[in-house]
Design a protein. Structure first.
Length: 569
């Protein structure tokens, strides 16, 4: 049960107790006013109140048991040392100074090891509160009383008083050892101070249909998924959105090329094996053949008017790409909800109509643009040929995420080069009234580019963008070589070796991305990320293997946490 749910339980108990207390007083009042003798039956009103009170007391007991059970379950997880100390000091202060209303209980990590592990600085503010009530108690005396009333526990080794009443706390070694054990076996609880649960939309990955994912998508995908998991861990409701490029002029040329290459595509599904090559061939024809270009534009018009045959062709092309994307997402253990350009197409028309009616669009050399305060470059909302732009799609998506998805927080995980574009989109959305900044938070989570070992933008030897599928496949090959060098193939089954190969390859690639400063560029090097020395996932996995080996040689059963950690990749 999440912390917020447990809090609701406690609130239910408190409410039920208040109702029961009010009913008890009402019963007493009725008994006094009626002056009922022992042999006279109570009135129907009094009988009903007594029955209702009994029900409430029963509910209170059930709720209290539920709270106790949940608290017991939560203690199976690792509470932070600060949380434990906070609980202990609160109990001591409540016992020593019961008349104080909401006394502060500041418990902080010690800034100097010689003063212990933690410090409680409650004595001085409590002394001041007592002084206001006419009680002069020195902070050091307050501190002594707090220490004396600390509940019996196995957490604190000793407490000492320093200066004007600082309580220095040293944790017991046995507690630290058992706490680490619980942390490994049961995990940790989310921090209690994340506030109310938010609906968070995380926009990441977002490749283009008919084009292969490249190394730039790797960073967006890994960072976006990691952010989503962290937000879910602290209790937020996260919607991962994949804003794929599945609409626009390029589909006109792809569909026209499909019709020429596979004229019976409506009867027999076309065997498009290499969609990237198919795209390049259609692009060459589009650039060189005027007749083909006209037919491509006609296909775009038919696509936008939802011609059934054209929509069938469009779906076929999209499905080929989706299968390729799905393979990569499965490898990286990523799950997304697709909301492509096509999803927002009709909403773009609504946005243009709305902005026009509000007088927010201006004509500029045949285009319709929108200016926002503090943004040097306007958004092009409608092109000179009447078509929509990425900006139109972004505004429509943002409006939908706020109005329909009910987002409290929207995070865009795209490269740092998009910073100006996104800041303009955010400003225009606010100007149009699509976003209330006091209610909805907007963030651009930018990241630096990936460099090759020559410190230049990561490309193939031929100068092409590095394809993500090729990169991941190379990672698999290199991780297998690494495992074979260590002769793991001689002791593992085929399935075990395959799992180890994927865990090493994808774990190392993810770790290499996340261990660098997000906003800085970094050099992609398989040799470095597969090195079992230094700050690499390979080193961590090697350490895990050594731990398992020690446990096995010692005849100790492998603890559940080993499998748990291994399952995380």
């Amino acid at each position: 049960m999440a912390s917020a749910e447990l809090e609701k339980y406690v609130q239910h108990v408190e409410k039920a107790e208040a109702e029961a207390e009010a009913l008890a007083k009402e019963i007493e009042k009725l008994q006094e006013t009626k002056g009922l003798p022992q042999d006279v039956k109570p009135s129907a009103e009094l009988t009903a109140l007594i029955a209702e009170n009994a029900k409430l007391k029963y509910r209170i007991e059930i709720l209290k048991r539920s709270v106790e059970e949940e608290e017991a379950k939560r203690r199976n997880f690792m509470e932070s040392p600060r949380d434990v100390l906070l609980r202990l000091f609160k109990e001591a202060i409540r016992a020593g100074f019961p008349d104080l209303v909401d006394p502060p209980v500041p418990v902080l990590p010690s800034t100097n090891d010689k003063f212990g592990d933690y410090q409680c600085n409650a004595a001085m503010p409590i002394s001041q509160m007592l002084k206001k009530e006419g009680k002069n108690v020195a902070p050091t005396d307050v501190a002594k009383r707090i220490i004396a009333l600390l509940p019996e526990n196995a957490v604190i080794d000793n407490c000492s008083i320093a200066g004007p009443g600082f309580i220095n706390v040293t944790l017991g070694q046995d507690y630290v050892g058992s706490a680490v054990g619980r942390f490994l076996t049961d995990g940790v609880l989310p921090p209690p101070s994340v506030g109310h649960r938010k609906r968070v939309v995380v926009d990441f990955s977002s490749p283009n249909i008919a084009k292969e994912m490249h190394v730039g998508h790797l960073r967006s995908t890994i960072i976006g998924e990691s952010l989503s998991r962290l937000l879910e861990f602290v209790g937020h409701d996260v919607l991962r959105l994949n804003h794929v490029g599945d609409w626009g002029t390029q589909f006109g040329m792809l569909i026209a090329h499909l019709q020429d290459c596979f004229p019976d595509y409506l009867v027999h599904s076309p065997p498009i094996g290499d969609l990237q090559a198919f795209y390049k061939a259609s692009k060459v024809r589009f650039d060189d053949d005027e007749d083909f270009k006209k037919r491509a534009y006609q296909c775009v018009v038919k696509l936008q008017s939802h011609d059934p045959d054209i929509i069938t062709a469009w779906n076929m092309i999209c499905e080929v790409s989706r299968k390729e994307f799905a393979k990569i997402y499965e490898w990286l253990d990523v799950s997304l909800v697709e909301r492509g350009e096509s999803f927002y197409h009709d909403l773009m028309k609504d946005v243009v109509s709305d902005l026009t009616n509000k007088g927010l669009l201006e004509e500029d050399e045949g285009r319709k643009v929108m200016f926002a305060e503090g943004c040097p470059v306007p958004l092009t909302v409608v092109k000179s040929d009447g078509g929509f732009t990425y900006a139109t799609s972004d505004l429509a998506a943002l409006r939908h995420r706020v109005d329909v998805e009910k987002a409290d927080w929207i995070i865009y995980v795209v490269d740092a080069g998009q910073a100006q574009h996104l800041s303009t989109v955010f400003a225009c959305a606010q100007k149009a009234g699509y976003v209330d900044p006091s209610r909805v938070r907007l963030d651009h989570c930018g990241f630096g580019v990936v460099l090759g070992e020559d410190k230049k933008k990561f490309k193939t030897r031929s100068g092409d963008t590095v394809k993500l599928s090729g990169l991941l496949n190379e990672g698999l090959q290199r991780s297998l070589q690494k495992l074979q060098e260590k002769e793991r193939d001689k002791v593992l089954t085929f399935e075990e070796l395959k799992r180890a190969q994927e865990a090493v390859a994808f774990g190392c690639i993810k770790y290499a991305d996340l261990c660098h400063n997000r906003v800085h560029e970094y050099v992609f090097s398989f040799d470095r990320m597969l090195d079992d020395r230094g700050n690499t996932a390979a080193y961590l996995l090697y350490a895990l293997t050594r731990i398992r080996s020690i446990a096995r040689n010692a005849g100790v059963a492998i603890l559940p946490h080993i499998y748990y950690m291994h399952s995380l990749g």
